[in-house]
Design a protein around this ligand. Structure first.
Ligand code: TA6
Length: 273
């Protein structure tokens, strides 16, 4: 699989494969790996990678007729450019346009772009879509980020208090997050709406801040022991070492008029060690 390795002047690194413009690794300057990557992931053309940052587009989950989570995560993206910027950050840009295969299942003309920027303690992911067709373009999108945690039992999520969410596990649609702090116990699969504040993943050894813009929702997912064991490409007991916190636009799909552009961003920053 073709891979782009980004290295900032300060040593911060990220790795992206053209399969899905998928970020597989992020190591901040003087830091350790921050993304979870399943050792049982298949790394096969046409198959989604279990870990890193899959790009979900143009459909979230099975909320439509397309393959689950859309086709972008299994498509081969084109590398537009990569290298170091003047200030020392490293950046790569990938693009995906309609193809004969995509047009068969989704009759739209578009250009999607993924820009990955790494430096110091941060990784910034900018995802954008332009409608190159002559009719309305409607889609869902998510940066399905898998974070690596030392122990899910010791991990806490802050910043979701006060938000409404859909609990995909129970099927309940109008739940309210009254606790300020979320502890992950068993299977968790929730879509939080109207996200405006930062989300923070706290572990005993570090604090990771997630900032998003453009995306209106955030998904928190951990399959738990039972569902985790059913995922053939999730390494044994992988649920203990991963937590997905995704920047997403699901409940209100993005609607673009011809020539219109939409962009969404997820910025991940280590606050302390
Ligand atoms: O974003 C959460 C979710 O939609 C879950 O429901 C779970 O199925 C997960 O994504 C992973 O999906 P995948 O198709 O990669 O197995």
């Amino acid at each position: 699989m073709d891979k782009v390795i980004l290295q900032a002047r300060d040593g911060a690194r990220a790795e992206i494969v053209t399969h899905g413009a998928h970020v597989c690794s992020w190591v901040p300057a003087q830091g350790s790996e921050q993304l979870f990557m399943s050792q049982a992931s298949e790394w096969k053309e046409g198959v989604a990678i279990r870990g890193g940052v899959p790009i979900v587009f143009p459909q979230f989950s099975n909320l439509g007729n397309l393959p689950k989570h859309g086709f972008a995560r299994t498509a081969i993206w084109r590398l537009v450019r990569s290298g170091q910027l003047e200030q020392g950050a490293a950046q790569a840009v990938f693009e995906l346009q309609e193809s004969a295969a995509s047009l068969q299942i989704w009759p739209h003309v578009f250009r999607a772009e993924m820009m990955v920027t790494v430096a110091e303690q941060s990784l910034q992911l900018d995802f954008s879509v332009v409608n190159n067709g002559d009719s309305e373009l409607r889609f869902q999108a998510a940066l399905h980020s898998y974070f690596r945690v030392q122990d899910i039992q010791q991990t806490r999520v802050h910043g979701l208090g006060g938000l409404n969410y859909r609990d995909t596990v129970t099927g309940e649609d109008s739940c309210h997050q009254s606790d300020q702090m979320l502890q992950i116990v068993g299977e968790v699969d929730s879509i939080y709406t109207d996200v405006v504040s930062d989300i923070v993943i706290k572990q005993p050894h570090q604090v990771l801040q997630l900032r998003q813009s453009g995306f209106t929702d955030a998904v928190v997912w951990n399959p738990g022991a039972e569902k985790g064991a059913q995922l053939a490409d999730l390494e044994r007991d992988g649920f203990r070492r991963m937590l997905c916190v995704e920047a997403a636009s699901i409940m209100q799909p993005v609607v673009l008029a011809p020539s219109q552009v939409w962009s969404g961003m997820q910025l991940m920053s280590i606050l302390t060690k």
